[in-house]
Write a protein that binds this ligand. Structure first.
Ligand code: NAG
Ligand code: NAG
Length: 270
């Protein structure tokens, strides 16, 4: 599939409204035990393609380990989980999981009392948080293929990454409430211009700061991002919220008053 076709199919996917999520919709109290038993059977986790488990565990269990940060420092998605991860990412589930995170973040933000000094900041990661690199990953095995910096940077440099719709909604909500948005990304400083173009094209029109990795800022994402957050705090900002798809976005003091973890079973950044 060429880039345009991948983007078109992704655009179609993002235009399909996700099924509305209601806590009450997940459990039916009126069900009799026999009905409940059959729905429990339906909840049996899927394993990889052809039902094969990944290294003795199901792909759903591997994903759980990844999202809870019990499984760390992994480099690629288990090969037998390619179709599982692909189905998760392109199906409703990824959107629904993201919607729950964004709704919790919005509810938390609505309950906050803002200072009158314009210093209440919310930190957003970029890739797989604000913008989606999924069109690229969909053509590269959903994280099964080893990371290829050349080809993934070529795609990033097209500046056509779509917004993650749930995050865009949260971003708009936060701006309307009066919070200042700070983008903090591991993308290098040399990609600032294309990142600005892409953010605006995707609907993220304004921000207080756009922080990229400058020259010489080597080391882990945890070290880089926590030191950038420390600088924000030193200049008087209160980091009321921090959202990312990687644990390295939300670990390391100062983390922010509350952190939110979006799903990402495709890659791991330490
Ligand atoms: C990485 O991507 C580049 C650019 O598409 C390609 O030429 C190269 O062969 C790829 N490397 C590997 C190891 O697949
Ligand atoms: C980025 O944009 C600025 C101003 O729009 C320009 O001066 C600069 O040369 C650009 N940098 C690159 C690397 O293209």
């Amino acid at each position: 599939m060429d880039v345009k076709a991948a983007l078109l199919s992704l655009a179609a996917m993002f235009m399909t409204a996700p099924a509305a999520w209601t806590p009450a919709g997940t459990l039916h109290h009126h069900q009799n035990p026999r009905e409940l038993l059959s729905s429990i059977h339906l909840l049996r986790p899927l394993s990889g393609s052809g039902g094969r488990p990944a290294g003795g565990v199901t792909c759903a269990s591997w994903q759980f380990g990844v999202e809870t940060h019990n499984v760390r420092e992994w480099t690629t998605v288990p090969r037998s989980c390619e179709s599982y991860v692909g189905n998760y990412m392109l199906g409703d589930r990824y959107r629904q999981d993201s919607a729950v995170v964004a709704a919790e973040a919005a509810a938390y933000a609505e309950g906050l009392q803002l200072g009158n000094d314009g210093k209440d900041a919310w930190v957003f990661d970029i890739d797989e948080t604000s913008l989606s690199i999924l069109p690229y990953y969909a053509r590269h095995g959903f994280g099964v293929e080893p990371y290829n910096a050349t080809s993934s940077n070529e795609w990033v440099d097209l500046g056509i990454a779509p917004a993650l719709p749930e995050s865009l909604k949260l971003y708009r909500k936060l701006l309307s409430l009066g919070f200042k948005v700070v983008f903090l990304t591991g993308r290098p400083e040399e990609r600032r211009n294309i990142t600005v173009v892409n953010l605006k094209r995707a609907g993220f029109k304004k921000w207080e700061k756009l922080l990229l990795r400058g020259e010489g800022m080597d080391g882990t994402a945890v070290a880089f991002k926590s030191s950038e957050r420390a600088k924000l705090v030193e200049t008087g900002f209160r980091i009321v919220g921090n959202i990312g798809d990687q644990w390295s976005d939300i670990l390391g003091s100062p983390e922010g008053a509350r952190t939110f973890k979006l799903p990402d079973p495709m890659y791991y950044i330490s």
